[in-house]
Design a protein around this ligand. Structure first.
Ligand code: UDP
Length: 427
């Protein structure tokens, strides 16, 4: 029983030359040269649903095209393990629930089992998020350098859960966070780096899709394409606040009675809580025929998400905590007017009133959405500025460059790395 490899196909860096700047493409080439043939392993909990999978489907093939030998493998787990890792995830984002001794043992046991079936040896092992983070305790020799890539908002962690993980964090050679505020206050952490994630502008999720094609796709789901629609795309999760979105939509509907609501969320297998929250969302919708709750189970894949994003008059991401919020990046990239929670990485993406709207309550969310519906021309101007911001900062070639810079840094090639990585707590 080996760790399952994910087949990511191939992608060519050259295809991104017309979207990324010349300087960035040159920098990628220069940073990749000394790394030719280096073996890299990405480890994560799932190949489906959520931001990590989204990123790796593009990053892994592009890293390969840059000349490295790259694999992505998924760890094994069962509900009892994913229940524990969900508690860890929530705790790291501030939920007060603590782990029982039995849960800690379950976490350790699954990490040990996964470490035992890790084969091969790598120059760099990148562990995404907390689920596989303790594998390092049992498989240190499999990787020359181990890097923990955290995709979570760690600004106000439940200290007991953070303290449980810190001893294994301490064994890493480096850790990477989305934002400075997420680097935990601890003197055992390895050198820590900060850079945001990115989206793939050429992936089916983000590629150009005409308004007609988007409308055609939405029509298949029963959306009335002649009436306005607002949509939130995200997992069914309390931090994403789908119930708050329904409340806000009900307020907006008092002034815009035609308005429909799309709640599009994939169900990830490492997210047992998702079902519970999905059911709560369905209950809150109370059978309203203008609320469309859809997921991958209704065949909503990447192109369909793209269509929802392209067609919607406004995109909502009313999160109350958010590691980064790739859905916001996706919305801005499509030049859609966006209303999102004033939390986490969202505030790095939206300048309130400049490129979209930041909100902290149901009422604010409803007000901003109404403003967009009342004046779509002004809203479009904001969204276009948002798109240019994403082009400069949050597309995959920049993410690839940051990883290559870190590999150089960890290989002792400090000069190459200096211009691009931000060491906030060098070892
Ligand atoms: N996503 C999707 N289908 C869905 C819901 C989400 O493809 O039904 C994608 C979404 O487009 C985005 C990612 O999953 O690319 C979610 O990333 P984000 O950073 O917004 O949130 P996370 O789920 O990682 O907390």
């Amino acid at each position: 029983m080996q760790l399952l490899p994910v087949n990511v196909g191939t992608k060519l860096l050259a295809d991104y030359a017309s979207i990324a700047s010349r300087g960035l493409m040159d920098s990628i080439k220069a940073l990749a040269e000394p790394l030719a043939g280096k073996r890299v392993l990405h480890l994560s909990a799932t190949a489906f649903g959520g931001g990590v999978a989204e990123i790796l489907y593009t990053l892994v093939p592009l890293m390969s095209d840059a000349g490295l030998e790259v694999e992505w493998r998924i760890i094994h787990g069962q509900d009892e393990f994913f229940d524990v890792t969900k508690t860890i995830h929530n705790g790291l984002q501030g939920d007060p629930t603590c782990l029982t001794d039995e849960q800690k043992e379950t976490y350790r046991r699954f990490n040990r089992l996964n470490a035992e079936v890790l084969e091969g040896s790598y120059d760099f092992i990148i562990v995404h998020d907390p689920q596989p983070a303790a594998m390092i305790e049992h498989a240190r020799e499999a990787g020359g350098r181990w890097i923990w890539r955290c995709h979570i908002d760690l600004s106000t962690p439940n200290r007991s859960i953070l303290d449980f993980l810190l001893p294994c964090m301490a064994r890493y050679d480096a850790a990477v966070f989305h934002r400075r505020e997420y680097v935990p206050d601890s003197n055992v952490l390895p050198a820590s780096y900060v850079w945001p994630p990115a989206i793939d502008p050429l992936a089916p999720k983000n590629m150009a899709l005409s308004a007609e094609d988007a409308a055609y796709i939405l029509d298949q789901f029963g959306i009335d394409v002649d009436r306005p629609l607002v949509t939130q795309v995200s997992r069914f999760d309390p931090w994403k606040d789908p119930l708050g979105v329904i409340e806000a939509w009900r307020l907006v509907r008092q002034r815009h009675p035609d308005l429909q609501l799309g709640l599009v969320g994939s169900m990830a297998h490492d997210d047992p809580e998702g079902w519970d929250y999905y059911n709560r969302t369905v209950n809150a919708a109370d059978g309203d025929p203008d609320i469309f709750i859809l997921s991958n189970l209704n065949n909503v894949g990447s192109v369909e998400v793209n269509a929802f994003q392209v067609h919607s008059a406004a995109l909502l991401q009313k999160s109350v905590r958010e590691g980064f919020g790739l859905t916001v990046t996706e919305a801005l990239w499509k030049a859609r007017p966006t209303v999102a929670g004033r939390v986490g990485g969202i505030v790095d993406q939206i300048q309130d009133g400049e490129t979209g709207y930041l909100v902290s309550s149901v009422e604010e969310c409803a007000d901003a959405t109404s403003r967009i519906l009342d004046d779509p021309v002004a809203a479009r101007a904001l969204a276009l500025r948002g798109k240019e911001f994403v082009r400069r900062s949050f597309l995959t070639p920049r993410l690839l460059r940051d990883w290559l810079a870190l590999f150089n840094e960890l290989s002792g090639n400090h000069a190459a790395a200096a211009e691009v990585t931000t060491a906030v707590r060098p070892a």
